[in-house]
Design a protein. Structure first.
Length: 541
């Protein structure tokens, strides 16, 4: 069957599946919720956060569609990811809890894995939170086992090893002797499984990436239209593969940016956001919908292709990037639009967290937060609507994998200071090829870090670039601040309870009996029903 017909068949199957899952009734007073999450996007990559390096035509706005959210909604200027790595950050985003509470914080070097009430729920794009537990078809960690009615996308992650000629992330680790050969072998085998799942041996990556984007937009339009007709609110999580390496841009966007392929993918993602907003407007749903845009963490600053092209993003004035708790690794875009409910063009310069999205949605859905666990995020509605001026996040705890790395303290009251205390820092130097970024990520223990006694202290309100640590001589309250922070750490530590380590080596290493059920020469979608788990093949041998 020609590829075009097969794509059409797949789209039809997706639409039918979505329609079946969306037949529900619910109060129309609840807003539709659209959560847009980029992957490894730097806070400085967007025009609304100051970027002026993307468009070749200097008379054009860098990211006009994402910037619409700024003009028509609220911008969070201190929006913080709960982790500087994909898996723990996404776990926190979905649960409203620090990753360590769910066992999603690693004690080993590798820190990543290689909810509805009357809502029709869909997840499109990247999951990266696991798949199977005991067998190849139990799908205990699949999105459909965690509150989503429909899922189409990538279960693991995207990386340069999958694209010929772009170099290898994993081989760097082997060459540097940073991981045991057997561990690398296991991870490499995982990469083969990823290739198997997304049809690597059958379908060109560029075609697949563009096709996924088309499917996303088509699906979005259908979900919105169907919800309008049935008075059913919907929740859509559009989890972009953009702009995680390996990078891919369709023909319409190649060469569009001055920032090379990375900039092209930012422009393509911006176009996609525009398509979503246009569909909402077309069907008179803008006023009934909360739209949220963010990134799971800051941009890589060290990504260089085998051809020497910079594939990393831009974190603006902020130091560091992905895998570090310097501001460049955890300060992310935070844009929210809900016309008539949140003030258009407003800026909130108070610390907020992506863990706050979960309790915010629970509140909007008239549901109840779980009472059997601590929820670390706070409902953003009072802050967004101007009912309060102070964030409930007086303290935010920054983990480097499972190790408490730093603490942020914004004192209650009229204080403008935002204190940040580092107990240790990774041996990091982006200007020096011998720094930890030469091995792609920074590690969090042993000889990879430097401990500080006393801890490093910064006031982000005066030094957002984290250039000059304060001392007892330059800050009269130095020891008082440390005392308050240490007390907060003690209180936080007492609230933690032992949980299974989801990112142990035993869980990370490839297990043949847990591999996907689908043919290595097919792209297939996996569905679950009361009768069991099924594979549906799209491209056959």
């Amino acid at each position: 069957m020609p590829l075009r017909k097969k794509m059409g068949l797949l789209l039809l199957l997706i639409i039918c599946q979505c329609a079946i899952n969306s037949i529900k009734t619910c109060s129309v007073s609840k807003p539709n919720i659209i959560l847009l999450m980029a992957d490894d996007l730097g806070v400085g990559d967007l025009g609304c956060y100051g970027n002026r390096t993307l468009r070749k035509d200097n008379n054009l706005v860098e990211t006009p569609n994402i910037d619409r959210l700024v003009e028509e909604g609220v911008t969070l200027t201190q929006h913080i990811a709960a982790s500087p790595l994909c898996t723990p950050s996404r776990a926190a985003f979905l649960t409203g809890r620090y990753p360590i509470r769910s066992g999603m914080a690693a004690f080993s070097r590798v820190g990543v894995f290689l909810f509805s009430k009357g809502y029709a729920t869909t997840l499109i794009g990247k999951w990266h939170l696991g798949m199977n537990c005991e067998s190849s078809n139990d799908f205990c960690h699949h999105p459909l086992s965690h509150g989503f009615d429909y899922f189409y996308g990538l279960l693991v992650t995207n990386f340069r090893d999958c694209k010929p000629g772009q170099g290898s992330v994993f081989l760097k680790g082997v060459q540097k002797g940073l991981v045991l050969p057997i561990q690398i072998t296991g991870i490499a085998l995982v990469s083969l499984v990823v290739g198997q799942y997304i049809g690597l041996l059958k379908v060109p990556f560029q075609a697949l990436g563009y096709f996924l984007l088309i499917i996303t937009i088509s699906l979005m339009g259908f979900v919105v239209l169907f919800s309008r007709n049935t008075d059913t609110p919907f929740l859509l999580v559009l989890s972009y593969l953009h702009v995680h390496t390996a990078l891919y841009a369709s023909e319409n966007f190649k060469g569009k940016s001055k920032h090379g392929l990375y900039g092209d993918t930012v422009e393509e993602m911006d176009w996609s956001v525009g398509q979503v907003l246009d569909v909402l407007e077309k069907h008179n749903l803008s006023d009934k919908s909360l739209v949220y845009f963010t990134s799971d963490q800051g941009a890589h600053v060290e990504e260089i292709s085998s051809a020497g092209e910079v594939h990393g993003g831009y974190n603006g004035i902020y130091k560091g990037g992905t895998s570090t708790n310097w501001e460049g690794g955890i300060r992310v875009p935070g844009l929210l639009r809900w016309p008539g409910v949140v003030q258009a063009g407003a800026y909130i310069d108070k610390p907020t967290s992506n863990m706050g999205i979960f309790p915010t949605i629970v509140g909007l859905a008239d549901a109840q937060l779980p009472s059997d666990r601590i929820i670390d995020g706070h409902d953003l509605q009072p802050l967004l609507q101007g009912k309060v001026t102070q964030s409930k996040h007086e303290f935010l705890f920054h983990y480097c994998n499972a190790y408490l790395n730093a603490v942020r303290w914004h004192p209650a009251g009229n204080s403008e200071s935002v204190w940040k205390v580092f107990f240790f820092t990774p041996n990091f130097s982006p200007e020096d090829s011998n720094g930890c970024y030469d091995s792609h990520v920074c590690f969090c223990h042993g000889g990879f870090i430097t401990r500080h006694d006393p801890p490093l202290l910064f006031d982000l309100s005066r030094d957002p670039e984290e250039k000059v640590p304060l001392t007892p001589e330059t800050e009269s309250r130095f020891y008082e601040i440390l005392r308050v922070v240490h007390q907060a750490v003690d209180n936080h530590t007492r609230s933690l309870h032992a949980v299974p380590n989801q990112l142990s080596w035993n869980n990370l290493l490839w297990k043949p009996w847990l591999q996907l059920c689908c043919s290595s020469l097919s792209l297939a979608t996996v569905t679950m029903s009361q009768e069991g788990v099924h594979c549906r093949y799209i491209w056959d041998k």
